[in-house]
Design a protein around this ligand. Sequence first.
Ligand SMILES: [Cu+2]
Length: 305
Amino acid sequence: MESFDLVTSQGLSIASLFWLELAISGLLLAGVVGLLVTALIRFRAPPGDRADARQVEGNRRLEIIWTATPAATLAIIFLLVIGTMRTVNAAQPNPEPVLVTGHQWWWQFSYPNQHAVTANEMHVPVGTPLQVSLESVDVIHSFHVTQFGWMQDLVPGKTNSMWITVVRPGTFDGACNQYCGLQHAWMRVTIVADPPEQFNAWVQQQAQSVTPTNSAGEQVFLKNTCVACHAIRGLPGATGTVGPDLTHLGSRSTLGAGVIDNTPDNLQAWIRDAQSIKPGVLMPAFPSVSPSDLSALVAYLESLK
Ligand SMILES: [Cu+2]
């Protein structure tokens, strides 16, 4: 099962706690059921015996045993939990800081060390501890990548944090796990875990600004209201923060937090009427952009790798 194939050291230590607790609970259950079945068989009344059962009252030894055993079990589990919490929350050396910001209904990922900003596709270096800060600009969201083995809420006005050390390369799916409005289900995230060199190349690329070219598509972008909500770093006037940063849109594999693949046709349909693709989305439709302007705009945005 994919969800059992955990890929973070923190998730793995939570999972070993889970298996240990399951084993302890299983042993206790077996003990209780075993005693019950033994008693049922041993003290069964012989056929035809109509006498009342022997009445027993008070047994100090038994009472001590059934009070002390659960108390001791819970105390042990409590200590194990504290130990795991300390492991999971332990500060790690040389971390890579990442800021995750929840929006209705998409994710922003910022890498403050490199000044890179992207959306919905989070790249991480394998083996490097990530110091993840989580914030929300609107309502409560929850950052849940099943294979990470643990999750954290994003709460408006508060910065939460979590440590994530991904232990093997791969692509892992996640989603918002706290109902946050109409398109909660389309608030997906893709994690791309790469070896550090590959991650560094990616993050350096994402950190670059564009050089304005005065192309037709760039002009269409600037003269519509896109810039009120979207940033393209390096393009004067395009500094909106309501929607995803589009500086490297062409390098992302999906649009709208996973709702459609990032292809020129899909991008065109998205800009024309995002509402019909993701009803309720906080981006207006642009029915009046002419077909030639729209193709220039799409070509421009897809060229932003
Ligand atoms: Cu959400």
